[in-house]
Design a protein around this ligand. Structure first.
Ligand code: HEM
Length: 477
């Protein structure tokens, strides 16, 4: 047994320190630090953060091994302190452990919220929300003032997600003195904060940083809000009224016919998950796309020319136009290659011991796929650091999880179930904003001067808000 054990070859990795392992090697941007380390130690790298073994995956071939060949074994999720406190003991979809509950809940969400049929049923609502933003930007265009694109897009997406998931949108004042967005942001910040308990499990219960206490407090505010939504749905039962996602979840819960445990806490965890997973992912991708377009006026003009040809200058963009906007599709792919909003995906967990590429991967290792590093790998992409949408002309490479060199939505069992919805919103908003307006950077800033610094968090967005001055392009009737 001893011989067998010592023969097991772990993936290579840097030398760690006692107790903390390799934690000291991660700075403000872990995806960038891990990329540099992988260049030295290889695409399957072994590291230890505190007491927790991690496997860092940084090439398309290696990603394929973990997310396709051995997908089933790596479909677990680690139990993180934040997931425990703000997602009802991991009853949500994103962080639930792999098993029948996760499978059934994923099926339910796909069918009741994320299928093409459901996505299309919210088309009119999206159109209205985007038209509201276009109105506001038109006003700014008349006044020749800069628009805070980051803030506008984020709040519009939050309204779109609210209506899809909760059935209506909310005013800040309906929530707490910090406002709707404010409370969500506090929760998100705590979720990504460095939590000792995630790396030294025995310390978790001691809550030395006081983080768990603060997370419990924010979870309470969330819970009251979600309870109110469930109560409102329970009370407004008018015959013939169309059912929304909350109604459907409540019906299933009350019927008692679900094949899995399903009470109020499961409903609340899932609602919150769907909201959190859908709002900021799309808006951050839109922000990066517009940033790259402002830095590359040639590309921006080309997208606008395509819009002129496909849509014409007499009307706004409709969702039915999106499939014909081929160049726009390439621009989105190129943006997601350079700026995947979840650069390390969500952490996966090895359910059993496994051998990958001759390396032994112990059970319970966390698997981190660095799709940011893969997207910028010069062995995979020529001129990897350049923004060149034309690289996709005549190429079959797609971003839906089939091609492992481009994985902004992950791949396999745990791949993003909201991809179709996300891509619809991203393409529609970018197309509409470029069709209705020309954009200039404020204060005579040159395109090459636009700051593209990233800020690492639950998602990786721009460190600074994107500001630009609009000029009306389309005469709206
Ligand atoms: C541009 C938009 C989006 C991007 C880039 C994105 C990206 C991702 C990524 C990278 C993952 C992790 C995959 C993994 O761990 O292997 C993920 C998971 C997930 N996404 Fe998205 N996403 C987007 C939009 C959405 C939307 C609109 C929803 C709808 C509610 C959604 C729901 C989810 C859920 C529930 C999971 C967890 C799946 C599971 O663990 O089974 N996402 N997404």
């Amino acid at each position: 047994w001893l011989k067998k054990k010592t023969q097991r070859k772990l993936p290579p990795g840097p030398k760690g320190l006692p107790i903390i392992g390799h934690l000291h090697m991660l700075g403000k941007n872990p995806h960038q630090d891990l990329q540099k380390l992988a260049e030295k130690h290889g695409p399957i790298m072994s590291m230890r953060f505190g007491f927790v073994p991690n496997i860092i995956v940084s090439s398309p071939e290696a990603a394929k091994q973990f997310l396709k060949t051995h997908d089933l074994n790596f479909a677990g999720r680690p139990s993180l302190e934040a997931a425990k406190y703000i997602s009802y003991e991991q009853r949500n979809l994103s962080f639930s452990t792999y098993g029948p509950y996760w499978r059934n809940m994923r099926k339910l969400c796909t069918l009741e919220l994320l299928s093409n049929l459901k996505i299309n049923s919210f088309q009119a609502m999206r159109k209205k929300e985007i038209a509201n933003v276009v109105d506001i930007i038109e006003q700014a265009a008349q006044e020749r003032v800069a628009v805070d694109i980051s803030q506008r897009i984020s709040s519009m997406n939050s309204d779109i997600s609210c209506q899809m998931v909760f059935g209506k949108k909310f005013e800040d004042k309906e929530f707490d003195e910090r406002g709707f967005k404010g409370v969500i942001q506090v929760g998100m910040q705590m979720a990504v904060a460095f939590n000792l308990g995630d790396y030294f499990p025995y310390l978790g219960a001691l809550d030395l940083q006081g983080l768990n206490k603060r997370m419990k407090a924010i979870a309470k505010v969330w819970d009251q809000f979600l309870e109110k939504i469930l109560d409102d749905h329970d009370q407004s039962k008018e015959p013939g009224q169309t059912k929304d996602f909350v109604d459907t979840m409540l019906d299933i819960m009350k019927s008692g016919e679900s094949e899995f445990e399903f009470d109020r806490s499961h409903v609340k965890a899932t609602l919150m998950d769907m909201f959190a997973a859908s709002a900021d992912t799309s808006s951050t991708t839109i922000e990066w796309t517009l940033s790259e377009l402002l830095r590359h006026p040639r590309v921006m003009n080309k997208v606008q020319k395509e819009l002129e040809q496909v849509v014409g200058m007499n009307r706004m963009v409709e969702e039915s136009d999106l499939e014909s906007l081929e160049y726009l599709g390439m621009v989105i792919k190129e943006t997601m290659r350079l700026h995947p909003v979840a650069p390390l995906l969500l952490p996966h967990l090895a359910i059993e011991d496994c051998t990958v590429d001759g390396f032994f991967i112990p059970k319970n290792s966390r698997v981190v796929v660095n799709v940011w590093a893969i997207g910028r790998d010069s062995n995979v992409w020529s001129d990897a650091e350049k923004f060149l949408p034309e690289r996709f002309i005549g190429s079959n490479i797609d971003l839906r999880g089939r091609d492992f060199e481009l994985l902004p939505f992950g791949s396999g069992r745990r791949g993003c179930p909201g991809m179709q919805l996300g891509l619809t919103v991203v393409r529609l908003v970018v197309a509409q904003l470029l069709h209705c307006f020309d954009w200039d950077l404020p204060n005579g800033m040159q395109p090459s001067e636009l700051d593209m610094t990233e800020e690492f968090g639950l998602l990786v967005g721009r460190a600074k808000h994107l500001m630009a001055i609009p000029t009306c392009r389309l005469q709206r009737k």
